[in-house]
Write a protein that binds this ligand. Structure first.
Ligand code: MLT
Length: 410
């Protein structure tokens, strides 16, 4: 009999968002008259901006003609997209990247998971708590951890609590970590890191020969000009950080699928013999072996984000979502709830009222207000007592959800 990967059996429950979907479906079936408003998973609702859509359509048409047909592209992405990313997204930050340092993919979730392929299992990994569940669960799946304790902490992972007391910014680990996941603007808390904060992490990583996985999926939602959009804005980060970016929330690509990974040439890990080895080279080897590239029309659509008009239209959509964030944040604060995030991030992180657990609040919100959010405890034990609302809904729904919460949750 074929043996399974037993590490999967260590996982506590189903993945968070399908579990929420299951509960909402059961509620909707039992209450067909209820108009359920979904502010749970961070899934976008605005259509693709016209310039991007046109580029997408045109690229599909390219496939219909012999002279413009595109088959396999470069596994790591087309240069015309990579160079547009570097020029429009990194250069204005004062960050210089080479074409071979950027890898285009079919989304950041896969990248955050797949990156583990090129690191040995006996690395010590540090992650925030609460955290985007992919970081934790993929380390469990790959076999880097022992079992979870009764709270949900897995043996072998260093958890960095992000609490009200530390403004949801983790402290440096007290034990040595080799790989550190940082996500700013943060999913789920909406917290952002200043340059000084990021420098602390870069200094730690350089001093400990650690690698930072910097998830910048929400950088486009930063409104405060002093907050860095990329870890490479910090001196020394090229020698210790891998950055992940996504078109999902930035440009409405949750259903289209496109992301990118940056691995600077000078970033190295160590072989078992202690010799430095290029992580860029390893990732290229992995990518060319296991991936045939994001699809041609998707990459053409992604490149259109960086045209002047595409950039403007994309920004308009981001502003729309950030106005939603303001409506939720201010509306709930006016209703007496304690709210965080929603200023430089599309997530609002609220404290559950009357000491309710996150899942009890989820049930209450669903049954009394017909509004779906995400229980904070689903992101890790330190998320207990908190709740996340996404700003990616349409305006009418967001306003109605806030109104219902205000009226019902007194
Ligand atoms: C979330 O709601 O946390 C995100 O949409 C999940 C994701 O990006 O995979």
């Amino acid at each position: 009999m074929a043996l399974i990967n037993d590490n999967y059996l260590k996982l506590k429950a189903g993945y968070l968002f399908p579990e929420i979907g299951r509960r909402v479906k059961a509620f909707a079936e039992a209450n067909p008259q209820a108009k359920v408003i979904r502010l749970g998973i961070g899934d976008v609702t605005r259509p693709l901006p016209p310039v991007i859509l046109k580029a997408f359509h045109d690229a599909v048409d390219d496939l219909s003609r012999v002279d413009t047909f595109a088959g396999y592209g470069p596994e790591q992405g087309y240069d015309w997209l990579i160079d547009a990313v570097i020029e429009k997204s990194y250069k204005p930050l004062g960050v210089s990247l080479r074409t071979n340092e950027v890898f285009i993919s079919d989304g950041s979730k896969c990248d955050c998971a797949n990156i583990l392929d090129i690191f040995a299992l006996d690395n010590r990994v540090a992650i925030g708590d609460p955290v985007y569940p992919v970081y934790n669960d993929t380390n469990v799946m790959i076999g880097r951890t022992g079992d979870a304790d009764e709270k949900g902490y897995y043996q072998g992972i260093v958890y960095l609590p992000c609490t009200e007391a530390n403004h949801f910014i983790p402290s440096l680990p007290s034990e040595k970590a080799d790989i550190i996941y940082l996500c700013f603007p943060n999913n789920p808390t909406g917290a952002v890191a200043t340059r000084e904060e990021l420098k602390k992490w870069v200094d730690y990583a350089l001093a400990n020969n650690a690698v930072i996985f910097f998830d910048a999926a929400y950088e486009a939602f930063i409104t405060d000009p002093s907050i860095p959009h990329s870890i490479y804005e910090v001196e020394g980060a090229r020698r210790c950080a891998i950055e992940f970016r996504s078109f999902s929330k930035t440009a409405g690509f949750t259903g289209v699928r496109c992301g990118l990974v940056v691995i600077p040439e000078e970033l190295t890990g160590a072989t078992a013999a202690g010799e430095p080895y290029s992580l860029n080279r390893l990732w290229l080897r992995r990518t060319t072996t296991k991936f045939n590239g994001a699809s041609y029309p998707v990459q053409r659509a992604a490149a259109a984000v960086y045209t002047d008009e595409g950039w403007r239209q994309t920004k308009e959509v981001i502003d729309y979502y950030m106005e939603n964030a303001r409506i939720i944040r201010e509306g709930l604060a006016a209703a007496g709830l304690t709210v965080y995030g929603g200023v430089n991030a599309p997530y609002i992180w609220l404290k559950t009222p009357n000491g309710l657990t996150s899942w009890d609040f989820f049930d209450r919100l669903l049954t009394e207000c017909h509004v779906v959010g995400t229980p904070g405890s689903g992101f890790g034990p330190s998320g207990e007592g908190f709740f996340r609302l996404s700003a990616f809904g349409n305006r009418e729904n967001v306003e109605e959800a806030v109104d219902r919460i205000r009226k019902n949750l007194k």
